[in-house]
Design a protein around this ligand. Structure first.
Ligand code: 5RP
Length: 220
C-alpha cells in the first residue's frame, strides 16, 4: 500500500469516532484532507465543524459542511487531526503544515483528541521531524537564540506566513526525551506564540494505518 492509501484508510476509520449530531473539531494536512472527504459522506449526520486552518475551512465548505467559529461553539467532544510524529505516550510533533496554533487551541477545547496517522509517524523519541515553533516576527532572533541554548538548530521556514501573520522556526537536531518539560520551556520564551509539541495535551487515541489494517492505541 502507498502512504496515501494508508492515510485514506485511517481517515475512513476515523468516521467511527465522530459523534453524530455534533460539531466536530477538524485539523489540517493531507491525512485530514482524506478525513474531510470521508466526512462529506456523513455530512447530514453532523452539525458541522470547527476548522484549524483556512485550507481545511475551504475544503469543508466545498463539501457543503458548515464551519463554525470556536467562540460560538465552546467545548467540543472530538478533535480529529494528523501528526508529523507521535510517540508511545501520545505526545506529538505537529505543525508541518503550519497550522499549529489553531490546532493547539482546538485540541485544548476538545474532550478527545483522535490522532490519525500512517505508521511512518510512530517514533520512539520525538525530534527527528523538525519541531515547528510559531513566532512573532520581531522576536525571531531572540527566540532562535533561546532555542539554540535548548540544543536545537532553528531555521526560518522561508516564504511562509501563518494564518495568524507570524513566522515559523523549524527546529532541527532535537532528541526530545521529556516532551512535557520541553514544551513548557519553549512556551516560556517571550515571542513564542505556539510550539508544535503536543505533550501537555497529547492524543487520547491514535488510529494508525498499517498495511494489515488500522490499529488503535489508547493513551491514559
Ligand atoms: C499541520 C499538521 C499535520 O497534522 C501534520 O503536518 C501531518 O500532516 P500530514 O497528514 O499531511 O502528514 O500538524 O499543521
Amino acid at each position: 500500500m502507498t502512504q496515501d492509501e494508508l492515510k485514506q484508510q485511517v481517515a475512513a476509520a476515523a468516521l467511527t469516532q465522530v459523534p453524530r449530531g455534533e460539531i466536530i473539531g477538524v485539523g489540517t494536512g493531507s491525512t485530514v484532507n482524506f478525513f474531510i472527504d470521508a466526512l462529506a459522506g456523513i455530512k447530514d449526520q453532523i452539525r458541522g465543524a470547527v476548522s484549524s486552518s483556512e485550507r481545511s475551512t475551504e475544503r469543508l465548505r466545498s463539501h457543503g459542511i458548515s464551519v463554525f467559529d470556536l467562540n460560538e461553539v465552546g467545548q467540543l467532544s472530538v478533535y480529529v487531526d494528523g501528526a508529523d510524529e507521535i510517540d508511545a505516550s501520545g505526545a506529538m510533533i505537529k505543525g508541518g503544515g503550519g497550522a499549529l496554533t489553531r490546532e493547539k487551541i482546538i485540541a485544548e477545547a476538545a474532550e478527545r483528541f483522535i490522532c490519525i496517522v500512517d505508521q511512518s509517524k510512530l517514533v520512539p523519541v520525538l525530534g527527528k521531524f523538525p519541531l515547528p515553533v510559531e513566532v512573532v516576527p520581531m522576536a525571531r532572533e531572540l527566540v532562535a537564540r533561546r532555542l539554540r541554548a535548548l540544543g536545537g538548530d532553528p531555521r526560518e521556514r522561508t516564504g511562509y506566513i501563518t494564518d495568524n501573520g507570524n513566522l515559523i522556526l523549524d527546529v532541527h537536531g532535537l532528541h526530545i526525551t521529556q516532551p512535557r518539560d520541553f514544551e513548557s520551556r519553549v512556551n516560556q520564551i517571550p515571542g513564542v506564540v505556539t510550539v508544535g509539541l503536543f505533550a501537555l495535551r497529547g492524543a487520547d487515541v491514535a488510529l494508525v494505518g498499517t498495511p494489515t489494517g488500522v490499529e488503535r492505541r489508547d493513551f491514559l
